[in-house]
Design a protein around this ligand. Structure first.
Ligand SMILES: [Zn+2]
Ligand SMILES: [Zn+2]
Length: 114
C-alpha cells in the first residue's frame, strides 16, 4: 500500500508500505505485490509461512487482501494492521516467488534443507 498522503504520481521507495506490518520498503526488504497495490513483505510472509506450515492457521472470515477473494484456505490475519489478511494460496504463491528471486536470500524456512 502507499503511505497515507503519498503522491501516487511520484512514488518514492519509502512511500511503499507492507499492508501487513506497515514497514517501509527498503533495498534489502523483498516484497510481493497483490491486487490493487496490496503488498506483503518478506518478513510478514515468513511469519505467515511458519504459521501455515505449523498448521495453526484457520479460515478467515475476511477477504484476502492480496487476491481479493474469500477462500476456505487457512489464512493469516495481520496482528499489526487491522483487516489485512492473506490466504493460504497467496502465502504459497508469494513464498515460491520470493524464494526464486535471486536478488534476495529469502527462504521459506530457516531450517529447510533443499
Ligand atoms: Zn510486512
Ligand atoms: Zn489470497
Amino acid at each position: 500500500m502507499l503511505k497515507p498522503g503519498a503522491d501516487p504520481m511520484s512514488v518514492d521507495q519509502s512511500d511503499v508500505l507492507c499492508n501487513f506490518c506497515a514497514r517501509e520498503w527498503t533495498d534489502d526488504l523483498p516484497l510481493v505485490e497483490g491486487h490493487q497495490g496490496s503488498i506483503i513483505c518478506g518478513v510478514c510472509l515468513k511469519t505467515a509461512c511458519k504459521l501455515l506450515d505449523g498448521g495453526t492457521l484457520v479460515t478467515s472470515h475476511r477477504t484476502c487482501t492480496m487476491c481479493l477473494e474469500h477462500r476456505d484456505d487457512p489464512a493469516w490475519e495481520s496482528p499489526w494492521v487491522e483487516g489485512s489478511v492473506i490466504c493460504g494460496r497467496c502465502i504459497n504463491l508469494g513464498a515460491t516467488a520470493l524464494s526464486k528471486d535471486k536478488d534476495y536470500a529469502w527462504k521459506r524456512s530457516d531450517t529447510a534443507t533443499e
